[in-house]
Design a binder for this molecule. Structure first.
Ligand SMILES: O=C(O)CCC(=O)C(=O)O
Ligand SMILES: [Fe+2]
Length: 384
């Protein structure tokens, strides 16, 4: 989105630039240390009480607020979203028990490299979004769409049996922590219906029928990523971070944060704006698919995590994209005058083209290294 984006290599340890991942290659932008400027200087809070209001004009007014936030910062806090506090407490209890009490050997049983779909456990420093760092100071556990696991009820959702060639689950779990699987799926069961309500609100934000996008979300690509960020040491390098700068690879993302701060959002003028936890809210942000579908009107804003608080930070983003076989077109209302409509993009194709280059050391990426990109398929993730 920014005119200051470049793709060439940045000199090592230049603190005045931010490296970020948006698309399949790393990009950088100049940082502005003047904290009071920019196209936004704080993240708005939007009250979602009207989300399921029978009053169309109340829903429409809410959609208008969403439109304003998504075309400005690409981020907003969502309050009164209807997910009970007990669910929020429960998922953080589950995550803390897993990250702090389960031994590394058990976690490594479910290492993401042991799973074709790249789900599972990622130990400290394993990912490295910013090449100037030693790696991201966090551990993570990811799960996502799976046609086999009964918790996701593929048959009930789609009215079809799972495709015959998919015989192996796309998620991986340590055998001795069934409570972790239960806890993650309990949270999924709470967050997924809320995300689907937001899909309808986004349609309304563009003046479309609320169910316009439903056909693209029958068994969508989603990801739930439990994150644990230990505090960065006081004497850490200037560029050290918990999660390097990036724009999300999703249609949109909903992040539940525990009580410790660390999330920062980059405004268009290169100023980092803090997005600390606000009790009972989600942080919702636009991802690259939605940015594309809206011709850049909704912004997939770059963000990162730096935990300088001295305390452990926990958060759990829920990423939602469309069905892998959906083809998405730029919305008519987002085209510039006289602009020709760009060709549709296939969601699964784009997904795999982002995922493999981002995880070059993963066995799935290595396996298909010599296959030309135009032949890559979301199906790679279904392998055993
Ligand atoms: O931990 C957070 O608050 C955000 C994490 C994030 O940006 C991501 O996983 O994409
Ligand atoms: Fe993110």
């Amino acid at each position: 989105m920014s005119t200051t984006s470049k793709t060439e290599t940045v000199p090592a340890n230049d603190e005045d630039v931010v490296y970020f991942h948006s698309g399949s290659t790393a990009t950088y932008r100049k940082i502005n240390k003047n904290t009071a400027t920019g196209n936004f200087t704080s993240i708005p809070t939007i009250d979602l009480s009207a989300l399921t209001s029978p009053d169309h004009s109340a829903r429409k007014a809410l959609a208008q607020e969403i439109y304003t936030a998504c075309t400005t910062s690409g981020f907003f806090y969502a309050s009164n979203h209807g997910i009970p506090e007990a669910e929020q407490t429960a998922i953080f209890d589950t995550m803390k028990r897993f990250f702090l009490e389960v031994d590394l050997q058990t976690k490594m049983e479910a290492h993401a490299h042991r799973n074709a779909a790249m789900r599972g456990y990622e130990p400290m420093l394993e990912t490295q979004l910013d090449p100037r760092t030693k790696g991201d100071v966090k551990e993570a556990y990811s799960i996502g769409d799976c046609v086999i696991e009964p918790e996701q009820d593929y048959v009930g959702q789609t009215g079809r049996s799972p495709p015959a060639h998919i015989t192996h689950p796309q998620n991986i779990w340590p055998s001795s922590t069934p409570w972790f699987r239960e806890g993650m799926y309990r949270y999924y069961a709470a967050v997924y219906p809320l995300a689907m309500k937001l899909v309808r609100l986004f349609a309304l934000a563009f003046g479309l029928q609320e169910d316009t996008f439903d056909k693209d979300f029958r068994f969508p690509i989603w990801g739930l990523r439990a994150l644990h960020y230990p505090p960065l040491p006081a004497d850490c390098e200037a560029n050290a971070n918990g999660l390097g700068a990036h724009a999300d690879f999703s249609w949109f993302t909903m992040v539940l944060q525990d009580t410790v701060a660390g999330l920062e959002v980059l405004n268009r003028d290169g100023v980092w704006i803090e997005a600390p936890p606000k009790a009972g809210t989600f942080v919702v942000n636009v991802g690259q698919y939605l940015e594309r579908q809206t011709n850049g009107k909704f912004v997939a804003t770059v963000h990162r995590v730096r935990n300088k608080t001295g305390e452990r930070r926990f958060s759990i983003p829920f990423f939602l994209s469309q069905d892998p076989d959906a083809n998405i077109e730029v919305l008519e209302s987002c085209l510039e005058p006289g602009q020709e409509k760009p060709p549709p993009i296939n969601v699964g194709d784009l997904y795999i083209r982002r995922l493999l280059p981002a995880r070059k050391k993963h066995p799935t990426s290595i396996k298909y290294r010599d296959v030309p990109e135009e032949n890559w398929s979301y199906d790679f993730l279904y392998a055993k």
